[in-house]
Design a binder for this molecule. Structure first.
Ligand code: B4P
Length: 192
């Protein structure tokens, strides 16, 4: 099984690269951002609560996203593997994912981190915000809060995987295809 964690700050290219990786490796894409936006679009209670936090650049509570991922893993028991995009975003989420994968799917193969500086992140997200309709991409102040949340709460997740010798990082600046090739050269070694 191939179970990948794609890591990086908001706007690093996780969603973009995930689309290419699922095609090449036949993985199921689990994006907590997409799942939360699905709840918002359906107007569920969870979605309404999540929207307030997301529009303000804050993370949604751990138990909410862990519950969503757990349900998706249960619903895809026959999968060849998964790509986790935007999850785990806290050390508590990383520990919960290890527990879920240990019993069900043979563990995480590795994490690939996309390194992109703050100026480039801001530029990309404001550009996407022009036509994506995403409230969290339209305001530099909210983008700044998302980057701060990342530095405070999400960046330590890298150490969690470094401690397991499952961490690799690459330069996330360049063309989408160049970055994809760099990710594949790492992932091919994990694809047994
Ligand atoms: P996400 O949906 O995960 O949002 P993101 O980090 O902004 O997306 P991503 O990083 O995938 O964007 P991409 O680079 O692909 O989360 C949104 C919110 O949901 C969070 O702020 C939080 O509130 C909540 N949430 C989600 N998961 C959570 C969790 N686990 N726990 C708690 N809360 C959670 O794309 C960015 C732009 O860059 C695109 O326009 C793309 O076209 C462009 N781009 C990509 N690659 C490029 C390249 N190489 N060069 C130039 N531009 C590029």
């Amino acid at each position: 099984m191939l179970n990948l964690v794609l890591f990086g700050p908001p706007g690093a290219g996780k969603g973009t690269q995930s689309q290419k990786l699922i095609e090449k490796y036949g993985l199921i894409h689990l994006s907590t951002g997409d799942l939360l936006r699905g709840e918002i679009a359906q107007g569920t209670v969870l979605g309404l609560e999540a929207k307030k936090l997301m529009d303000d650049g804050k993370l949604v509570p751990d138990e909410v996203v862990i519950g969503m991922i757990s349900n998706k893993l249960d619903a895809n028991k026959q999968a060849h593997g998964f790509i986790f995009d935007g999850f785990p975003r806290t050390v508590a989420q990383a520990a919960a994912l290890d527990n879920l994968m240990e019993t069900k799917d043979g563990g995480i193969s590795g994490m690939v981190a996309l390194e992109v500086n703050d100026d480039e992140l801001l530029k990309r997200l404001l550009l996407r915000g022009k036509d994506s309709g995403r409230a969290d991409d339209q305001n530099p102040e909210v983008i700044g809060k998302r980057i701060k949340e990342y530095n405070d709460k999400t960046a330590p997740v890298a150490d969690f995987y470094k401690g397991q010798n499952k961490f690799q990082s690459i330069n996330g600046i360049g063309s989408v295809d160049e970055i994809f090739d760099a990710i594949c050269s790492i992932v091919d070694k994990w694809d047994k």
